[in-house]
Write a protein that binds this ligand. Structure first.
Ligand code: ASP
Length: 584
C-alpha cells in the first residue's frame, strides 16, 4: 500500500498511530539535529519530522530531498510542541522511521505556493505544476462541486443529460466557427458547435421534454475580454413551457447552488427590462451590487450656453455618495479614465455638493447656482456627494461610457465586494439589433428566439421595435446565463428569417433540417444556457475564467503547454487533400 492516510486528515486524536503517507515535498527546513519536511498531496499538508538522534540514516536521507520530490514516509503520529493553528493538521507531526523516494524532481521553474513567484506565462507553460498549487486546485474542486450540484438539481427536476455531437455544421450563435476538415469527404468541413442550440431543439421535437448537458462550446472570436475559444455551458431546454416556467426552474437551480455551495439564501430574483437596464445602467448586464443609477439631465442642463451640452444627444449623470472630497488629482484620473480610447469620452464634468448644500461644478461659468441646485435635486444628491456627468452626440455610446465610469466609481468606492452577490433577470430583450458592419438587422439572441406575442404585428411594420421572449441571468455585472422561448411555428420562423435577410432558399439551406422537423409536431419549448466557467469564477471570486479551467488558452488562443495550435504533417495534409497556401 502506498499510503494508509492522506496528508490532510490526521489530527490529535490520531496520535500514536503508525501511518504511511505519500506526496510531494513542499518545503524542507533544516534546524541542526532536526529536519522538517512539509509533505503535500491533494488533501493537505502534513509535517514530517526527522530527528538525527533517533534515526540518523533516515535523517540523512531527508537532508538529501529536494523540492517536489515524490516520497513515501512511514512513522508515528505525534503531538507537536509548537502547533500551527493555520493548518488543519497543525497539531501533529509524523516522526518518520522509514523514507522512500518514489521519484526525484527537477527544481520547478516557480515556487509551488499560493503566493508563487511565477508569472502568468511560465505558469501556463507548466500548467501541471501550477495545478499543484492549492489555490488553483481549489477552483477546480469548486467547479466539480458546482457541476455535480447542477446535475443533482436537474436530475431531481426530471432533466435528462443527452450528449450531442461535436462534429456538426454551423450553429446559430453568430460567432465565427472552428472548422475541421473531413478526410472521407474531401473539400468538406465540419464546424464545431458554438452551442447545441439546434440539436437541443430537435430533442424537444423528439419528445425528450427536459434536456440538459454540461457541454463544450467553441467560438472563434477575438479574445479581447475574458473569453476562451472553448468554454463550457450548462445547456438546458424544456417543452411545454412559457418564459415564466423557465425563469422559475432556473432561478431554482441558482438558489440551490447558492445554498449548497455558498450557504447563501438567494432572495427572489428581481427582474429588469432590457430597456430599463440600458436607461439606468447603460448595460444589458448591470452590476446591481450598488445603485448609482443614471439620471438623464437634458432638461436640466441644456439651453444655458454651454455648447458641449447644448449640442449633445444625451447628457447623463451619476451621483457618487460621499465623493465630494475627491482631490483635483483624483478627478483628473477619472477624466483620463473616460478619455481612454477604449472608453472614448471627450471629457468629464463634475459637481460637488458642499457641506452647506451649495454646488460647485467644473462648468460654473455657464450655470447659475439655481440651475446647479436643480441638478442637485434631479440627482437626489446630498452634501458630500460628487456628481459626474458625461455627454455625447450618440446616446447609446454615451450611456456605455457612463456605464464604465459608474463601474469604476463603484470599484473606487469599494461597492463591488466579491463576496456580495446581486442577481437579477434581464428580460424583454429586443429581437433584433442593427449591425453597421453587415448593414442589416441581426438577431440579438439567435434566430430561433420567439417574439413576444403582443409584438408579433410589429414584425411587419417596425421590426426593430419587436421585443423577444428572451432573458439573461446577471450576477454582479456578469451575464451568467441566457436563453429564450423558441419559435415552434414554421411560418413565424420563416418570417423571422426573412427579416434577418435570409432568402427562403438560404434559410432552407442553413436551417432546413430544423424547419422540416417543426413540420412534424414541434412542442412549444424554450430554454437557456449558463456559462459554467463564468459561474464558477463568480463563486470563487476570480478575476479571470482562466483560473477555473484546468488547461486554458492564452489571449492568442494558444495552449502554450501543448504548443497548440501547430502545423500538421504533409502526410496528414495529403490524406485530407489539403494544401496550405497562406495568403499574406
Ligand atoms: N444557445 C444559447 C447560447 O449559447 C442559449 C440558449 O438560447 O439556450 O447563448
Amino acid at each position: 500500500m502506498y499510503r494508509t492516510k492522506n496528508c490532510g486528515e490526521l489530527r490529535l486524536s490520531d496520535v500514536n498511530q503508525t501511518v504511511t503517507l505519500a506526496g510531494w515535498v513542499q518545503r524542507i527546513r533544516k534546524m541542526g539535529g532536526m529536519t522538517f519536511v512539509d509533505l503535500r498531496d491533494r488533501y493537505g499538508i502534513t509535517q514530517l519530522a526527522f530527528n538525527q538522534e533517533i534515526n540518523a540514516p533516515v535523517f540523512e536521507e531527508a537532508n538529501r530531498l529536494g523540492r517536489e520530490y515524490v516520497i513515501q514516509a512511514v512513522g508515528r503520529v505525534e503531538e507537536r510542541y509548537s502547533k500551527n493553528a493555520n493548518m488543519p493538521t497543525g497539531d501533529i507531526e509524523i516522526n518518520v522511521s522509514e523514507l522512500h523516494v518514489l521519484n526525484e524532481a527537477a527544481t520547478p521553474p516557480f515556487t509551488i505556493e499560493n503566493d508563487t513567484d511565477g508569472g502568468d506565462d511560465i505558469r501556463m507553460k507548466y500548467r501541471y505544476l501550477d495545478l499543484r498549487r492549492q489555490c488553483v486546485r481549489q477552483n477546480l474542486e469548486l467547479r466539480h462541486k458546482m457541476a455535480f450540484e447542477v446535475r443533482r438539481y436537474l436530475d431531481e427536476q426530471g432533466f435528462l443529460e443527452v450528449e450531442t455531437p461535436v462534429l456538426v455544421n454551423s450553429t446559430p450563435e453568430g460567432a465565427r466557427d472552428f472548422v475541421v476538415p473531413s478526410r472521407m469527404n474531401p473539400g468538406q468541413f465540419y464546424a464545431l458547435p458554438q452551442s447545441p442550440q439546434t440539436l437541443k431543439q430537435l430533442l424537444m421535437v423528439s419528445g425528450f421534454d427536459r434536456y440538459f448537458q454540461i457541454v463544450k462550446c467553441f467560438r472563434d472570436e477575438d479574445l479581447r475580454a475574458d473569453r476562451q475559444p472553448e468554454f463550457t455551458q450548462i445547456d438546458c431546454e424544456m417543452s411545454f413551457v412559457e418564459q415564466e416556467d423557465v425563469l422559475n426552474m432556473f432561478e431554482g437551480m441558482s438558489r440551490h447552488l447558492f445554498k449548497v455551495i455558498k450557504g447563501i439564501d438567494l432572495p427572489k430574483l428581481p427582474r429588469m427590462t432590457w430597456a430599463d437596464a440600458m436607461k439606468y445602467y447603460g448595460s444589458d448586464k448591470p452590476d446591481t451590487r450598488f445603485d448609482m443609477r443614471f439620471v438623464e439631465l437634458m432638461d436640466v442642463l441644456q439651453g444655458h450656453g454651454f455648447s458641449v451640452f447644448d449640442n449633445a444627444a444625451y447628457i447623463g449623470g451619476i451621483c457618487a455618495k460621499g465623493a465630494a472630497s475627491y482631490t483635483r488629482k483624483q478627478l483628473d484620473e477619472l477624466t483620463d479614465f473616460v478619455r481612454r480610447p477604449q472608453i472614448g469620452a471627450k471629457g468629464l464634468v463634475y459637481a460637488r455638493i458642499e457641506a452647506d448644500g451649495t454646488v460647485k461644478s467644473s462648468v460654473d461659468k455657464f450655470y447659475t447656482q439655481d440651475v446647479l441646485q436643480s441638478l442637485k435635486q434631479a440627482m437626489n444628491a446630498q452634501p458630500g456627494d460628487l456628481i459626474l456627468i458625461l455627454s455625447g452626440d450618440d446616446a447609446n455610446k454615451t450611456r456605455k461610457q457612463l456605464c464604465e465610469l459608474r463601474l469604476e466609481m463603484g470599484s473606487r468606492l469599494g461597492l463591488r465586494d466579491k463576496n456580495q452577490y446581486a442577481c437579477l433577470w434581464v428580460i424583454d430583450f429586443p429581437m433584433y439589433e442593427w449591425s453597421d458592419e453587415e448593414n442589416r438587422l441581426m438577431a440579438m439572441h439567435h434566430p430561433f428566439t420567439s417574439p413576444k406575442p403582443e409584438d408579433i404585428p410589429l414584425l411587419d411594420t417596425d421590426p426593430a421595435a419587436v421585443r423577444a421572449n428572451a432573458y439573461d441571468m446577471v450576477i454582479n455585472g456578469v451575464e451568467v446565463g441566457g436563453g429564450s422561448i423558441r419559435i415552434h411555428d414554421a411560418n413565424l420562423q420563416q418570417k423571422v428569417f426573412e427579416i434577418l435577410g435570409f432568402t427562403p432558399e438560404q434559410a432552407q439551406q442553413k436551417f432546413g433540417f430544423l424547419m422540416n422537423a417543426f413540420k412534424y409536431g414541434a412542442p412549444p419549448h424554450g430554454g437557456l444556457a449558463y456559462g459554467l466557467d463564468r459561474f464558477v469564477s463568480l463563486f470563487a471570486g476570480l478575476d479571470s475564467i482562466r483560473d477555473c479551467i484546468a488547461f486554458p488558452k492564452n489571449n492568442q488562443g494558444r495552449d502554450v503547454m501543448l504548443g497548440a495550435p501547430g502545423v500538421i504533417d504533409q502526410i496528414q495534409l495529403d490524406e485530407l487533400q489539403l494544401r496550405v497556401d497562406l495568403k499574406k
